[in-house]
Ligand binder design. Structure first.
Ligand SMILES: O=P(O)(O)OC[C@@H](O)[C@@H](O)c1c[nH]c2ccccc12
Length: 267
Protein backbone atom coordinates (compact mmCIF):
# COMPACT_ATOMS: atom_id res chain seq x y z
CA UNK A 1 0.00 0.00 0.00
CA UNK A 2 1.26 3.47 -0.88
CA UNK A 3 1.98 5.74 2.08
CA UNK A 4 -0.71 8.37 2.61
CA UNK A 5 1.75 11.20 1.91
CA UNK A 6 2.49 9.80 -1.54
CA UNK A 7 -1.24 9.50 -2.24
CA UNK A 8 -1.81 13.10 -1.10
CA UNK A 9 0.97 14.46 -3.33
CA UNK A 10 -0.22 12.52 -6.38
CA UNK A 11 -3.72 13.87 -5.82
CA UNK A 12 -2.38 17.42 -5.31
CA UNK A 13 -0.61 17.30 -8.67
CA UNK A 14 -3.84 16.38 -10.48
CA UNK A 15 -5.85 18.97 -8.54
CA UNK A 16 -3.33 21.68 -9.38
CA UNK A 17 -3.48 21.05 -13.11
CA UNK A 18 -7.25 21.59 -13.07
CA UNK A 19 -7.06 24.65 -10.79
CA UNK A 20 -4.45 26.44 -12.86
CA UNK A 21 -6.68 26.14 -15.92
CA UNK A 22 -9.78 27.38 -14.12
CA UNK A 23 -8.11 30.22 -12.20
CA UNK A 24 -4.92 31.44 -13.87
CA UNK A 25 -2.08 33.20 -12.09
CA UNK A 26 -3.04 36.61 -13.47
CA UNK A 27 -6.43 36.29 -11.75
CA UNK A 28 -4.74 35.52 -8.41
CA UNK A 29 -2.60 38.61 -8.76
CA UNK A 30 -5.75 40.73 -9.10
CA UNK A 31 -7.17 39.59 -5.76
CA UNK A 32 -7.21 42.33 -3.08
CA UNK A 33 -5.14 40.40 -0.51
CA UNK A 34 -2.35 39.94 -3.04
CA UNK A 35 -1.12 43.46 -2.30
CA UNK A 36 -1.45 43.43 1.48
CA UNK A 37 1.56 43.64 3.81
CA UNK A 38 1.90 40.40 5.73
CA UNK A 39 2.08 39.94 9.50
CA UNK A 40 5.26 38.29 10.78
CA UNK A 41 4.81 34.98 12.61
CA UNK A 42 8.50 35.02 13.52
CA UNK A 43 8.17 38.38 15.26
CA UNK A 44 4.94 37.31 16.95
CA UNK A 45 6.58 34.21 18.45
CA UNK A 46 9.62 36.14 19.63
CA UNK A 47 7.46 38.45 21.79
CA UNK A 48 8.08 37.38 25.40
CA UNK A 49 4.36 37.81 26.19
CA UNK A 50 3.20 35.52 23.35
CA UNK A 51 1.20 32.39 24.24
CA UNK A 52 3.10 30.75 21.37
CA UNK A 53 -0.01 28.81 20.44
CA UNK A 54 -0.79 28.44 16.77
CA UNK A 55 -4.31 27.11 16.82
CA UNK A 56 -5.30 25.11 13.77
CA UNK A 57 -8.63 25.04 11.97
CA UNK A 58 -8.92 21.47 10.69
CA UNK A 59 -12.25 19.99 9.61
CA UNK A 60 -11.10 16.39 9.36
CA UNK A 61 -7.96 14.28 9.18
CA UNK A 62 -7.13 11.19 7.14
CA UNK A 63 -6.70 9.13 10.31
CA UNK A 64 -9.64 10.43 12.41
CA UNK A 65 -12.31 11.48 9.89
CA UNK A 66 -14.51 14.54 10.51
CA UNK A 67 -14.28 16.38 13.84
CA UNK A 68 -17.49 17.01 15.72
CA UNK A 69 -17.42 20.79 16.12
CA UNK A 70 -20.75 22.60 16.01
CA UNK A 71 -19.13 26.05 15.60
CA UNK A 72 -18.59 27.86 12.32
CA UNK A 73 -15.12 28.74 11.05
CA UNK A 74 -15.83 32.41 11.78
CA UNK A 75 -16.74 31.65 15.40
CA UNK A 76 -13.71 29.42 15.85
CA UNK A 77 -11.05 31.73 14.43
CA UNK A 78 -12.48 34.80 16.15
CA UNK A 79 -12.63 32.94 19.47
CA UNK A 80 -9.09 31.63 19.15
CA UNK A 81 -7.76 35.12 18.40
CA UNK A 82 -9.76 36.71 21.24
CA UNK A 83 -8.52 34.19 23.80
CA UNK A 84 -4.85 34.66 22.97
CA UNK A 85 -3.73 32.54 20.01
CA UNK A 86 -0.40 33.88 18.69
CA UNK A 87 -1.40 32.85 15.17
CA UNK A 88 -3.73 30.51 13.32
CA UNK A 89 -3.13 27.65 10.94
CA UNK A 90 -5.81 27.12 8.32
CA UNK A 91 -5.94 23.80 6.51
CA UNK A 92 -6.81 24.45 2.86
CA UNK A 93 -6.41 20.90 1.52
CA UNK A 94 -9.86 19.67 0.61
CA UNK A 95 -9.50 16.04 -0.37
CA UNK A 96 -7.83 14.80 2.81
CA UNK A 97 -8.49 17.52 5.41
CA UNK A 98 -11.84 18.98 4.28
CA UNK A 99 -10.51 22.56 4.04
CA UNK A 100 -10.65 25.04 1.17
CA UNK A 101 -9.32 28.28 -0.24
CA UNK A 102 -12.51 29.91 1.07
CA UNK A 103 -11.63 28.82 4.61
CA UNK A 104 -8.44 30.86 4.44
CA UNK A 105 -10.21 33.88 2.93
CA UNK A 106 -12.92 33.74 5.60
CA UNK A 107 -10.31 33.53 8.36
CA UNK A 108 -8.43 36.50 6.91
CA UNK A 109 -11.61 38.55 6.95
CA UNK A 110 -12.06 37.85 10.69
CA UNK A 111 -8.68 38.24 12.37
CA UNK A 112 -5.56 40.40 12.38
CA UNK A 113 -2.97 37.88 13.57
CA UNK A 114 -0.59 35.83 11.39
CA UNK A 115 -2.20 33.08 9.31
CA UNK A 116 -0.36 29.97 8.17
CA UNK A 117 -1.61 28.37 4.99
CA UNK A 118 -1.51 24.69 5.85
CA UNK A 119 -1.40 22.62 2.70
CA UNK A 120 0.92 20.44 0.66
CA UNK A 121 2.79 23.04 -1.36
CA UNK A 122 4.69 21.64 -4.32
CA UNK A 123 4.30 24.32 -6.99
CA UNK A 124 4.82 28.12 -7.31
CA UNK A 125 1.12 28.52 -8.19
CA UNK A 126 0.20 27.58 -4.60
CA UNK A 127 2.56 30.23 -3.19
CA UNK A 128 0.90 32.97 -5.27
CA UNK A 129 -2.44 31.54 -4.20
CA UNK A 130 -1.45 31.65 -0.50
CA UNK A 131 -0.68 35.36 -0.83
CA UNK A 132 -3.88 36.06 -2.77
CA UNK A 133 -6.01 34.30 -0.14
CA UNK A 134 -4.55 36.35 2.71
CA UNK A 135 -1.91 34.06 4.24
CA UNK A 136 1.22 35.37 5.99
CA UNK A 137 3.20 32.15 6.12
CA UNK A 138 3.45 29.05 3.96
CA UNK A 139 4.36 25.55 5.06
CA UNK A 140 6.99 23.62 3.16
CA UNK A 141 7.29 19.95 4.10
CA UNK A 142 10.86 18.64 3.73
CA UNK A 143 9.55 15.09 3.40
CA UNK A 144 7.88 15.77 0.06
CA UNK A 145 10.22 18.27 -1.66
CA UNK A 146 13.71 18.27 -3.14
CA UNK A 147 16.42 20.86 -2.60
CA UNK A 148 15.84 22.83 -5.79
CA UNK A 149 12.11 23.06 -5.20
CA UNK A 150 12.55 24.15 -1.57
CA UNK A 151 14.95 26.89 -2.66
CA UNK A 152 12.76 28.21 -5.45
CA UNK A 153 9.50 28.09 -3.44
CA UNK A 154 11.19 29.86 -0.49
CA UNK A 155 12.63 32.54 -2.74
CA UNK A 156 9.23 33.16 -4.30
CA UNK A 157 7.53 33.29 -0.89
CA UNK A 158 10.02 35.89 0.30
CA UNK A 159 9.60 37.92 -2.88
CA UNK A 160 5.87 38.06 -2.13
CA UNK A 161 6.49 39.05 1.51
CA UNK A 162 5.47 35.68 2.96
CA UNK A 163 7.42 33.80 5.62
CA UNK A 164 8.35 30.13 5.30
CA UNK A 165 7.78 27.48 7.95
CA UNK A 166 9.98 24.52 7.10
CA UNK A 167 8.57 21.28 8.47
CA UNK A 168 11.13 18.64 9.33
CA UNK A 169 11.26 15.22 10.95
CA UNK A 170 14.96 14.61 11.47
CA UNK A 171 18.26 16.18 12.40
CA UNK A 172 19.49 15.53 8.89
CA UNK A 173 16.63 17.61 7.45
CA UNK A 174 17.42 20.47 9.85
CA UNK A 175 21.09 20.45 8.84
CA UNK A 176 20.21 20.26 5.15
CA UNK A 177 17.29 22.66 4.80
CA UNK A 178 17.06 25.04 7.72
CA UNK A 179 20.13 27.29 7.48
CA UNK A 180 18.12 30.32 6.40
CA UNK A 181 14.43 29.61 6.83
CA UNK A 182 12.19 31.91 8.89
CA UNK A 183 10.73 29.24 11.15
CA UNK A 184 11.28 25.53 11.78
CA UNK A 185 8.41 23.15 12.49
CA UNK A 186 9.14 19.80 14.09
CA UNK A 187 6.26 17.51 13.30
CA UNK A 188 5.76 14.94 16.03
CA UNK A 189 3.44 13.04 13.70
CA UNK A 190 5.11 10.93 11.03
CA UNK A 191 3.16 11.85 7.88
CA UNK A 192 3.91 8.41 6.46
CA UNK A 193 2.61 6.30 9.35
CA UNK A 194 0.59 8.80 11.49
CA UNK A 195 2.48 7.72 14.59
CA UNK A 196 3.01 10.56 17.08
CA UNK A 197 6.20 10.86 19.14
CA UNK A 198 6.35 14.03 21.24
CA UNK A 199 9.97 13.20 22.00
CA UNK A 200 10.86 14.27 18.52
CA UNK A 201 10.41 17.96 19.41
CA UNK A 202 12.52 17.60 22.57
CA UNK A 203 15.25 15.76 20.65
CA UNK A 204 15.45 18.06 17.66
CA UNK A 205 15.00 21.55 19.09
CA UNK A 206 18.67 21.79 20.19
CA UNK A 207 19.74 21.10 16.58
CA UNK A 208 18.02 24.24 15.21
CA UNK A 209 20.14 27.23 14.23
CA UNK A 210 20.09 29.92 16.96
CA UNK A 211 17.64 32.74 16.29
CA UNK A 212 15.23 30.65 14.21
CA UNK A 213 12.05 30.04 16.20
CA UNK A 214 11.10 26.37 16.49
CA UNK A 215 7.48 25.25 16.51
CA UNK A 216 6.48 21.88 18.02
CA UNK A 217 3.72 20.44 15.82
CA UNK A 218 1.05 17.79 16.41
CA UNK A 219 -0.10 15.57 19.21
CA UNK A 220 -0.03 18.30 21.89
CA UNK A 221 -2.93 17.68 24.28
CA UNK A 222 -1.67 18.70 27.67
CA UNK A 223 -0.93 22.30 28.77
CA UNK A 224 1.80 20.91 31.07
CA UNK A 225 3.82 19.69 28.11
CA UNK A 226 4.00 23.23 26.75
CA UNK A 227 5.98 24.40 29.78
CA UNK A 228 8.53 21.61 29.20
CA UNK A 229 8.68 22.23 25.45
CA UNK A 230 9.20 25.92 26.12
CA UNK A 231 11.99 25.14 28.56
CA UNK A 232 13.73 23.01 25.99
CA UNK A 233 13.66 25.95 23.54
CA UNK A 234 10.42 25.70 21.51
CA UNK A 235 8.76 29.06 20.84
CA UNK A 236 5.59 27.87 19.11
CA UNK A 237 3.05 25.08 19.59
CA UNK A 238 0.84 24.03 16.71
CA UNK A 239 -2.36 22.49 18.03
CA UNK A 240 -5.34 21.24 16.03
CA UNK A 241 -7.21 18.16 17.22
CA UNK A 242 -7.08 18.97 20.94
CA UNK A 243 -9.59 21.76 20.24
CA UNK A 244 -11.24 20.69 16.98
CA UNK A 245 -12.49 17.36 18.29
CA UNK A 246 -14.53 19.14 20.98
CA UNK A 247 -18.09 20.24 20.17
CA UNK A 248 -17.02 23.76 21.16
CA UNK A 249 -13.39 24.32 20.11
CA UNK A 250 -13.42 27.92 21.38
CA UNK A 251 -14.36 26.87 24.92
CA UNK A 252 -11.75 24.07 24.74
CA UNK A 253 -9.15 26.64 23.67
CA UNK A 254 -10.16 29.12 26.36
CA UNK A 255 -9.89 26.59 29.19
CA UNK A 256 -6.57 25.30 27.78
CA UNK A 257 -5.16 28.85 27.94
CA UNK A 258 -6.38 29.23 31.53
CA UNK A 259 -4.65 25.96 32.48
CA UNK A 260 -1.53 27.10 30.67
CA UNK A 261 -1.46 30.34 32.66
CA UNK A 262 -1.94 28.39 35.91
CA UNK A 263 0.94 26.08 34.97
CA UNK A 264 3.15 29.10 34.29
CA UNK A 265 2.20 30.73 37.61
CA UNK A 266 3.04 27.59 39.59
CA UNK A 267 6.28 26.85 37.73
O1 LIG B 1 -4.10 18.08 15.22
P1 LIG B 1 -2.76 18.04 15.88
O2 LIG B 1 -2.30 16.66 16.25
O3 LIG B 1 -2.69 18.98 17.05
O4 LIG B 1 -1.71 18.58 14.77
C1 LIG B 1 -1.81 19.86 14.20
C2 LIG B 1 -0.82 19.99 13.04
O5 LIG B 1 0.48 19.90 13.56
C3 LIG B 1 -1.04 18.92 11.97
O6 LIG B 1 -2.33 19.09 11.48
C4 LIG B 1 -0.04 18.99 10.82
C5 LIG B 1 1.30 19.21 10.95
N1 LIG B 1 1.90 19.20 9.71
C6 LIG B 1 0.96 18.98 8.77
C7 LIG B 1 1.07 18.91 7.41
C8 LIG B 1 -0.08 18.71 6.67
C9 LIG B 1 -1.31 18.52 7.31
C10 LIG B 1 -1.45 18.59 8.69
C11 LIG B 1 -0.31 18.82 9.43
Amino acid sequence: MAFILDTIIAHKQRELAVKQQAFPLAALQQMPAFKRTCFSLKQALLQPSSSGIIAEHKRKSPSKGYFASTRTLEQIVTGYAQHGAAALSILTDMAFFGGSAEDLMMARAQVSIPLLRKDFIIDPYQVYEAKALGADVILLIAECLDKKTIQSLSALAHELGLEVLMEVHSREQIDKWCADVDLIGINNRDLRTFEVHLNRSFELVPCAPPGTPVIAESGIHDPQIIASLRQSGCKGFLIGERFMHQPDPVEAFRSFIVQLQQTATHA
